[in-house]
Write a protein that binds this ligand. Structure first.
Ligand SMILES: [Mg+2]
Length: 201
């Protein structure tokens, strides 16, 4: 792995597939959202990606409906949270950052498409909620990954340079989000390899 934490001040993580594996049945959530959208606007939206249709609602400047959708997503995520699986390597890294050459002053943040309540519950399940300094969830931006808004919001909060930030996620979309924000981004697999090399469980 080429990543060095020497100049890093903020490390940002995605949630699902990166710190935990949420086990919600996203297909049935999608069916619910498709129906809600149809009822509200008398037209269809392709919920292949939820963000695409939420973008449509943002375009309509219909904040009330957007909040309704986010509430349904939140409820759905929380109903399924008990089956969440932990990704031990990432959690170990966050809990023991100094072992990996990460300065003790370095901040951790989450940028995820999941809702804030889900993120908090998942971090509590992983026993690392107290180690996370900032959470940017579904309801905190109006343009979602791979748009750069979430990363830029985190940058603004900590008032750091882009070169001082790193983002880890499990999908190419996450790497693209970093690219769009001008912030270095890596697949979490690379960090998992690093942790595996250093420590055995
Ligand atoms: Mg993910």
């Amino acid at each position: 792995m080429n990543v060095s934490f020497k100049n890093t001040e903020v490390i940002v993580f995605d949630l699902d597939g990166t710190i935990v594996n949420l086990t919600a049945d996203w297909m049935s959530l999608r069916d619910i959202l498709v129906e809600m959208y149809r009822e509200q606007y008398k037209e269809d939206c392709n919920f292949e990606r939820v963000s695409t249709c939420l973008n449509e609602i943002v375009q309509k400047e219909d904040e009330e409906t957007l909040q309704d959708f986010i509430s349904v997503i939140r409820e759905y995520e929380l109903e399924n949270i008990k089956d969440t699986q932990l990704i031990e390597e990432t959690i170990y890294f966050i809990s023991n950052k100094e072992l990996f050459g990460v300065n003790s002053e370095v901040k951790f943040a989450i940028l995820s498409l999941n809702t804030r309540s889900t993120i908090i519950r998942a971090l509590e399940l992983a026993n690392i909620y107290d180690k996370i300094d900032l959470i940017v969830g579904r309801e905190d931006v109006r343009r979602w990954k791979p748009a750069p808004d979430g990363l830029l919001k985190i940058q603004e909060y900590f008032k750091m340079k882009k070169e001082e930030m790193i983002y880890f996620g499990d999908l190419e979309k996450d790497v693209l989000t970093g690219k769009n924000a001008g912030i270095e981004a890596y697949l979490i697999d690379e960090l998992i390899e690093l942790v595996k090399k250093k420590h055995t469980y």
